[in-house]
Design a protein around this ligand. Sequence first.
Ligand SMILES: Cc1ncc(C[n+]2csc(CCOP(=O)(O)OP(=O)(O)O)c2C)c(N)n1
Length: 612
Amino acid sequence: MDAKVQTKTSKGHDDAEREGLDQAGIRPMIGNEAIARGAWEAGVRVAAAYPGTPSTEIMEFLGTYPAGDSHVQWSTNEKVSLDVAIGGSFAGVRSITAMKHVGLNVASDALMSQAYIGVNGGLVLVVCDDPGIHSSQNEQDTRMFARFAQVPVLEPADAQEALDYTRRAFDISEEFDTPVILRSTTRLSHTRSPVKTRPRTDVEPRGFNEDTVKNVIIPAHARMAHPRVLAREVKLQEFFASPEFTRWEEGSTEIGIITASTAYSYVKEVLPEASVLKLAASYPMAIDRVREFYEAMDRVLVIEELEPVIETAMNAAGMPVEGKAFFPRDGEFSPEVVREGLRKAGIIEGAEEQVPFPVTPTARPPVLCSGCPHITSYMAVRSVNARVAGDIGCYTLAAVDPLRAIDTCVSMGSSIGNAVGFAKAGLETRPIIATIGDSTFLHGGIPALIDAVYNNANITVMILDNHIVAMTGGQDHPGTGKTLRGEETHRVVFEDMVRACGVKWVRKVDSYDMASLYQALREAIEHKGVSVVISDRPCVLDPVKLKGSPMQVAAAGCTACQSCMNLGCPSLGWSEEVLDGYHKVRIDETTCIGCSLCAQICPSDCIRPVVN
Ligand SMILES: Cc1ncc(C[n+]2csc(CCOP(=O)(O)OP(=O)(O)O)c2C)c(N)n1
């Protein structure tokens, strides 16, 4: 294999660059890079993930280390990625998977079993939460999942801890025979701070452990495993009491703050004089150490982002404590939020918190890119007056103006099942369409398509194939024919896949060929049963930003009908010229990529390529 291909990933580091970075010893890293570094230093050998903000870069950074050190891959979804990591652990090597918080919902079935089975090689799940919902469908708190699955959760507060805790997570996993969750948040994953690195520890593979009672989780074995899980919880509580994981920072005893994760940094900034108990693990919590702290303070507050995990555990253990009475359960924390909570609690004085910068930034709602192939797909969908089940990807933006083309959006892969439900519930008076991206189809759409065929649902599925996972920054997937390290591999052919699911009516159309796309969709909805239209055109941003000759409007011919504005293309704007009270249109030539979609729509044929 070509050495360059082995070590060069989409992030573009090569061996020489990598070496230069590593020799520096201390360097600034975002949390996700530090997590990758920690895993590499811990001797990880199998790494698998499905992309999802804010976790995506972890696997990309791991892919910049030499291919001989670890196998690093994209998986089709988070359950598969966890299963791959579990396989690595069974085989006796240190293994890791990474996902965003909602990815853990997908992977949870395997996690719940593995919590009983335990590990052979250390097994770490990095789960990145998104307080504030920067780019997710909810803000669930993974610490609750850890409690539910009875696996320990480590919560770093900065990039250095992200590296250190990731390294330690593998030791803990092996010592206590448990998967370990390392929980990050958007703020930590994407914030840069100095990190001290160390060399890689080459951990000898342990070999496969021939222990069927441990490895095969049937009821008889699970009944034996459950008490082990409960005993493990107690041992971990004792283990986490050490100063490495439960740090008591002495200050005034008038007020004691118990905190974890990035909230710790805000507490230190806002209330530097307080005593602080910083927990690295809110499950299993070092309850005896927490009690000592509690009893030594006049008043104790818990400051934790999202759910009252620590607070609830303390209350249950007979330590009535204040927390969520003053600090929100939703949204992202910041020094301002912490200051405001402390003010409400009467701990700091002053008037209600002022906005630090009294300037309101202009709202910039997300838009599809100029020339995005999803635009025409939804123009076509709009033209057939359908009930539309949407899905998750860039194309979810079709929910808002001006496309306003989808009626529902639930979770990755839900669209096809939702559409079957629409049909079976009697919504068939209008055509029923499910729209789903290529990566999302591979992630969770295939079982639902089989279900639709099996149950003879009268629906049309539109697969929006832009040949990439665009939403998360352009990762490869099985439909691109390239691995995470950029090697050529088998490419899933969507028509073949769809036919193999039993679909008889399949048509692939170029998303930029609007007439054919409209025609295909009209025929598809006429078909009784499941029909599939594959709207096919690479993302305009990947692998490089495409740019052809930009278009321009011949103002004399523009009738201000504004049809082109229905595209919602960010390169289209209003011109100064007004006709019968309506503005004519102009095109921003610097951002236009020359896709010609507006020209195809223009009824007065006044949009043409710029002639140089
Ligand atoms: C369970 C889960 N995993 C990951 C994500 C993050 N995510 C949102 S959409 C998406 C895939 C989008 O790719 P695709 O379907 O090809 O559509 P595109 O963005 O390319 O238009 C991913 C990975 C998520 N929202 N939920």
